[in-house]
Every structure is written in C-alpha cells, then in structure tokens.
Unconditional design. Sequence first.
Length: 406
Amino acid sequence: MTPTRLPRRRVGATLRTAAVTLASLAVLTPNAAAAPANPSAATRSPAVADLQPELDALVDQGTSTAALAEVRDHGRVTWRGAAGTADLATGRPARADGRFRIASVTKTFVSTVTLQLVGEGRVGLDDPIEHYLPGAVPNGSAITVRQLLNHTSGLGNYLDDHRVREDTEAGNREFLATGRWIEYTPERLLAIGAARPPYFAPGQGWHYSNTNYVVVGMLIEQVTGHSWRDEVQNRIIRPLGLRHTTLPTTSTAVPGPHAHGYFKLPEGPGDVTRLSPTIADAAGAAVSTTDDLTRFHAALFGGRLLAPAQLTEMTTTVPIPQAPDHAEYGLGVARYDLSCGQFWGHTGEIPGYSTGVFGSRDGSRQYAISYNEYDKSDRQKSERLYRAFEEKALCGGPAGSPTASG
C-alpha cells in the first residue's frame, strides 16, 4: 500500500494497494432524517448542493461499478443518493441504504474505544505497549500506545507481505481463488508484520501500518476482558443506534442489501464481495452504511463519545510525509485542508470497496461515501472524481468556492 492523498481510500485498510490505508461516556441516540421511500432515490434539501452529478461521474466515467453517499448537516440528512449497479450479473441498481465494507474507517471506532479507556484511567497513551501485552510486540518497551494509534511506532505492515495480498493481476487471481478464504488470528497478523524490518525507531517517523491497530485490538481485549468487537458494539454501536453496522468475525458475507465488489480481469469482472474479515481485524473488518457513518462522525466530533481532553488527544496530529492538502494524522483520524477549511475523518479500502467519511471539527457537517472502484488504471482520474464530490459535499461547490466552514 502506498500513500497518496489520504481523503479517500489511500488511508483505508486496502488489502495491499494503499499503505496509508485497509471509537465511555453516556451517549444519546442522534435524531436522523427519515429514509427516502425509494432507497435508490436521492434526498435533497434546497439549501444543499445536488451531489448526484458527482456521484454519477464516479460510475459513468468508468472507475466504479456503484457509488452511494450521504451528507448530514446539524443532525439532519440533507442529501442522499446512489449510482450504478449493485450486481453486474443481474443489473440490479445500487441502493442508497446499501451496506459495504468500511475497511480502515474501522480504525476510528477502535481508537475511540481506546481513548474512552484512557479517560477511565485504564490505559495510558504514553505507556509502553509492553506494559499491557508483555512479550507480544518486538521492542514493545519502546513503543507507546499513542505511537500505535498515530502510526509512529515503526512496526512493519503485515499487508506489505506479498503472501498476504499482492496488488497485481496474478495476486488478484490468487486472492479470488484462495487468499480471501484464509482465516487469520491477530497473533498471526502481528507476527507477519513484526517479521518485517521496522520502518524506523519508535517515534522517529510516520508510516501507515495496519499492524498497529491489530495490536490496539489486542490491547483492548487485554484491558477489558472483552474483544475489541464487543467493546465497539457496547460503547458505540448500541448506544448510538447504528443498526446497520456490524463487526464480522469469520462470516465472509456482507449482510443486507449491498453492492458487489469486483476485480477487473482481462476476461471480465471477478466478484470479490465475499472474503474473510480476519485479514483486516481491528484495522478494518467492519461493515456499515453511509447513514450510520455520518451519525457516528456527528456523535464523535460533537463530543458525545469522548470527553474534551480525549477528543483533543485524538485531534493532536503528526505530519504525514509528502502528503498533499497539508494532511496530518491524529489518533485514528486524519485532518485535511480543503478550499473552505479543515476537515476530519478517515478513508478505507479493501478489495471491492472504497470508503470515506469526513466532516467539520465541531461535528456539525459530514459526508460518507462508498464506491466500488473497478477500473484502477488511472488513479489520478479516480482521485479527481472523488475530490470533486468531496469539495461539493463539504464546501458546497467546486474547489475555490469557500461556502462552508471547517
């Protein structure tokens, strides 16, 4: 995985193609706008830009088979839409309420839980991971919890091992045939990542590594006695009423209505929708919807999941080397400069699915998008199409039209 611009799949748990990508206080269930009667139809407000053309462009210009998105403003859904085809075999259209793999957006949920434990005095951000997982992490006495959360630990990324996933035609064929069915344990993923040379000494650089969040998942289980999935479920998903967010263990299916994901092969599309979520674990195994993701972002940055001190820690950033848009990384979230201000969130990529959720620091406005990128031959084109959607969703117009505040 190689970093480019982070506000899209490049920070996701991309199972190989992006090295910068594959969350307890009392909370209240946010009020949401009613879903449209036709889930494939766009929901528009006169006060918000119509994003259907930008969403259609992701499909019509040949980069994605399906795309769905939502914009929320001050707790209300102001736009929702879908484009493209959910199933190439049947021609079934994509639905705006469809579910999808969120890949590395999972990290924001996991980081939120960790910071809740910090607020409870059960975890110290600057404690060495050796204190919690003795003997589990090489050089663990020099790697802190904070360095795992902000990717300054130097730990190798297990996805850089070609035996796990290789982003080539041959690698895609192997993944379709056998690789996607392999069940990994967190310990195995950690061992694969730790066997790679460290990128740098702890705290002496920045490099996105999914291994970091596998370790954080192990930390949560060690401290609470429950899996990271149980803690995310009990601390975030259930209190917020995120009814369509799931944390699969070994099930290879995407539950509920969803668009299929594909590899582009010379003979035609290879359906990669089903895969073992164990390859992503706490770094990217979750499934959700755009509505659940915008609710989560609004609650998180609106101060309903973390105390002010912990939210400040989450948004304390380190620079991302050579990143455009002055991008910086906090604790499970990234910050970007757009034409109308600074925005916070995360992206994700896993075979078949690319995801992004970003919004304002005060939690008043956010978007979430999922698109099933198919043609990856021109990533700059894909990036331009995504950027056009993002600018209009958050800023109300094309780049250079500062109509909203970050």
